[in-house]
Design a protein around this ligand. Structure first.
Ligand code: NAD
Length: 330
């Protein structure tokens, strides 16, 4: 398959380009707003063509699929451009910056009859895949509660434009919260939300302080550093969410999902399953589980999906995800 990359920053060079290449796909073109950056990356990975605009790349190349690795505010427009040009699309997370954008992307995928996936690599971890197989086999009974935590003690990114509301659409919630929110919803089978109670704020990001992920500019910090929510669903289940970029916590960094079913519960990461058997309470962990790189797995999964019937499921889920995020911000 012939692949084009839009945006040649951190995630493109660490996850997308090398994993396409090792999966046997041909990355034939890159596009970056700053062309010199695109040229440097093309040279590094042996990619023949470099473009300065998406239009130019789509006009000159015959691409099967495109990865979108730009700041969040550009995702929707570039997803639509690539789909309308007949490409399958793997867009980095978050899908967009609002429910309306997610709806536009879903319609565009259906119109183009092309697969649209998003960069939720936690779904592709070996322990998540195992948990999902167990849930799908009915071993957890009815899933009635989940808790999703994405907490950093001092973790505002010191690179990119993550603290700029205009370019990223949101902060901790849209950047790291979205990973664990998606994962909890995925584990629950993406039920329909009926009520959302949310709390977002800027408490520490606007003041200078210790930066464990580099120095950020507190004077221009325009996004949320805190987001907390409770979501209730049509099927009676509920989800609790707790997210921070920077907070006075004990833990340095927590990415965690807990789920509770009527027959078993589980904690990720790593996977522990909690059950009751024969009058005793068990905590079970896999003694052997073959590991793989979740980013590589995601690319393999995307390439495979491009070769069968168009897959709109993730685009449909993105509408629910962004509905919840919109309600939390509201
Ligand atoms: N899946 C993950 O765990 C993960 C990790 C990091 C980043 N991301 C996502 O990837 C995206 C990019 O993040 P990053 O860390 O690579 O950022 P980055 O700042 O390192 O890279 C972004 C690149 O896009 C380029 N760019 C900016 N505007 C552009 C435009 N309009 N058209 C083309 N190129 C443009 C920049 O020059 C830069 O090269 C974000 O959506 C982010 O949320 C996902």
């Amino acid at each position: 398959m012939k692949i084009g990359i839009i945006g040649t920053g951190g995630i493109a060079t660490s996850a997308h380009i090398p994993n396409y290449q090792s999966a046997g796909a041909e990355v034939v073109a890159v596009m970056n707003r700053t062309k010199e950056k695109g040229e440097t990356v093309a040279k590094q990975f042996g990619i023949p063509n470099v473009y300065e605009t998406v239009e130019e790349m789509l006009r000159h190349e015959t691409l099967d699929a495109v990865s979108i690795c730009t700041p969040n505010a550009f995702h929707k427009t570039q997803v639509l451009q690539a789909l309308d040009a007949g490409c399958h699309v793997l867009c980095e997370k978050p899908p967009g910056i609002s429910e309306n954008e997610a709806k536009e992307m879903l319609q565009a995928a259906k119109r183009a009859k092309r697969t649209l996936h998003f960069g939720f690599h936690y779904r592709h971890r070996a322990d998540t895949e195992l948990l999902k197989r167990m849930i799908d086999a009915g071993e957890f009974g009815d899933m009635y509660a989940t808790t999703a935590l994405a907490l950093r003690r001092r973790g505002i990114p010191g690179w990119g434009v993550f603290t700029d509301k205009e370019l990223h659409g949101g902060g901790a919630l849209l950047d790291i919260g979205v990973h664990m929110l998606d994962l909890a919803l995925y584990i629950m089978g993406y039920p329909k939300p009926t009520e959302v109670l949310g709390h977002v704020g800027q408490y520490l990001g606007t003041r200078p302080g210790v930066g464990l992920l580099g120095e950020w500019d507190a004077t221009s910090f325009s996004v949320d550093d805190t987001a907390r929510a409770m979501v209730k669903f049509e099927n009676g289940a509920s989800l609790l969410l707790d997210v921070s970029y920077m907070a006075n916590l004990e833990q340095k960094d927590v990415m965690r999902v807990e789920c509770r079913g009527t027959r078993a519960g589980a904690t990720l990461f790593p996977l522990t399953v909690h059950t009751e058997k024969h009058g005793a309470l068990f905590d079970e962990t896999p003694a052997y589980l073959e590991q793989h790189d979740p980013y590589a797995r995601q690319i393999e999964h995307f390439l495979k999906a491009c070769q069968t019937i168009p897959d709109y499921r993730q685009a449909e889920e993105a509408v629910i995800l962004h509905h919840i995020i919109d309600r939390i911000y509201a």
